[in-house]
Design a protein around this ligand. Structure first.
Ligand code: NDP
Ligand code: MG
Length: 414
């Protein structure tokens, strides 16, 4: 029985992790949950999973959570009242909870950074969904992993595909995972991208893109932020940096290829020209399950992949003019140090403002580029955690300043 702590239990990754725990009650037990502010859902989750500790990001909701849990405990719907916590301390406690064997990082954005580090320091293995943490703080996260011996198992479908392909290679060495050491015989990887919400749009029409358009993904059902990242293809750019840190590859070894059906989840090319791929329906439960069951495989009743039902698998080069975010991510990754943190924070803030209708969709890459450009003269190649947190705040504030100026520009040009 593996004991699991789920950070971000009320989100897309979190709820799917809990569904897996319900499907395999003999294999997985949920011992810790954290949520943002979705009280109703977290209470249902507490009833179903009876965790030992629960934490909310929003401290003001703690008294109401406690009152409702007391009522449920009196009604014996909850057998033992969990420890209830809130804020950063609660998050870090859940992330490093003693009885947890594995921590699923399903929090969105850089808010996942400190609890991820807390889990690593406590020596927990991680199922990494929260890619922003690794992208912003790779220079701190990778040494922390080496020191603690924690293993970073990729839950992102593309990185899970690469990881699964590597399991079949003769040099497969689990100790190499997340240590950033390149593997002999391993030439390159191809990350597949669905092309996101606008894959069939003309570049000139993107100026008219609405929030509804950008948050309607053709293949995957995910949280809002990552769905917008898929529409800009920043998600794929972030995944390039994620792959660099996870597998120790240079940026020249990481390619992006558009594959609209999302059946091949990514590929590994070997020195002898052989290509290994992992296939499956576009459903995040499979990569999450693999993190939970690794190194084993569990038998599922899930729909089997039928290629005859899919019919065609197609591929094309990504259009870098239509999707400038990809190139921005490659450039930030190549510069390294604090630049990926700036790219990530600027993107998070720009997406947030887009979702509040304060930015146009096409302004997202423009503001990110402007802020990365501004940071070049202050680039720090070997930042500490505090320096990364400071640069993250700086970049968010820069986006806000830009948005102040930009609102005028939108009003004038409209
Ligand atoms: P969601 O928006 O669906 O869920 C986010 C979760 O984080 C919720 O539980 C939310 O709580 C919680 N949360 C939000 N803000 C904070 C905060 N400041 N502090 C603590 N908790 C917070 O996101 P997804 O599940 O889509 O994505 C989670 C991560 O996984 C992202 O990094 C994403 O890139 C990655 N990922 C997601 C995939 C997917 O299919 N969804 C695929 C691959 C990667 P509440 O709702 O209660 O407020
Ligand atoms: Mg992905």
């Amino acid at each position: 029985m593996k004991a699991i702590s789920v950070l971000g239990s009320t989100g897309s990754i979190g709820t799917q992790t809990l569904q897996i725990a319900e499907e395999f009650p003999d294999q997985f037990k949920i011992v810790a949950l954290t949520a943002g502010k979705n009280l109703d859902l977290v209470i249902k989750q507490i009833e179903t999973h009876q965790p030992e500790v629960v934490s909310l990001a929003d401290e003001s909701l703690l008294p109401e959570l406690s009152r409702r849990i007391n009522n449920l405990t009196e009604d014996t719907k909850i057998l033992k009242k969990p420890l209830l916590m809130a804020g950063a301390e609660g998050l870090n406690t859940a992330a490093s909870w003693e009885s947890a064997d594995l921590v699923v990082t399903g929090i969105v954005g850089c808010a996942g950074l400190l609890p991820t580090l807390a889990a690593i320091e406590a020596g927990k293995d991680l199922a990494l969904a929260n890619k922003e943490t690794l992208i912003a703080a790779g220079p701190v996260v990778i040494p922390a992993l080496k020191k603690s011996g924690s293993r970073l198992l990729p839950a992102d479908s593309e990185h899970s595909a690469i990881f699964q392909c590597l399991q079949g290679t003769p040099w497969s060495d689990t100790a190499r995972l997340s240590t950033g050491v390149p593997t002999p015989g391993f030439k390159s990887i191809q990350l597949t991208a669905s092309g996101g919400a606008f894959r069939d749009w003309k570049a000139e029409d993107l100026a008219k893109a609405t929030i509804k358009d950008a948050t309607s993904h053709p293949n995957w059902s995910m949280g809002k932020k990552i769905t917008v990242d898929s529409a800009t293809l920043m998600n794929k750019g972030l995944e390039v940096i994620e792959a660099h840190y996870l597998f120790g590859l240079s940026y020249d070894q990481i390619e992006i290829i558009i594959h609209p059906q999302s059946i091949i989840h990514s590929m590994v090319e070997l020195d002898d020209s052989s290509v290994l791929a992992q296939l499956g329906w576009p459903d995040m439960k499979l990569p999450i399950l693999y993190c939970l069951s690794w190194p084993g495989r569990l038998k599922t009743p899930w729909p089997r992949l039928k290629l005859t039902q899919v019919g065609n698998l197609t591929f094309k080069e990504p259009d870098t003019k239509k999707y400038p975010c990809m190139e921005l991510a490659y450039s930030a990754g190549r510069l390294g140090g604090t630049m990926p943190a700036v790219l990530n924070a600027a993107n998070e803030k720009a997406v947030e403002l887009f979702l509040e209708e304060r930015f146009k969709f096409i302004d997202i890459p423009k503001v990110i580029e402007a802020i990365c450009e501004k940071h070049k003269c202050d680039l720090n190649l070997n930042p500490s955690l505090n320096e990364i947190l400071a640069i993250d705040s700086w970049a968010r504030k820069e986006v806000l300043d830009y948005s102040g100026k930009n609102i005028t520009r939108i009003a004038v040009s409209d």
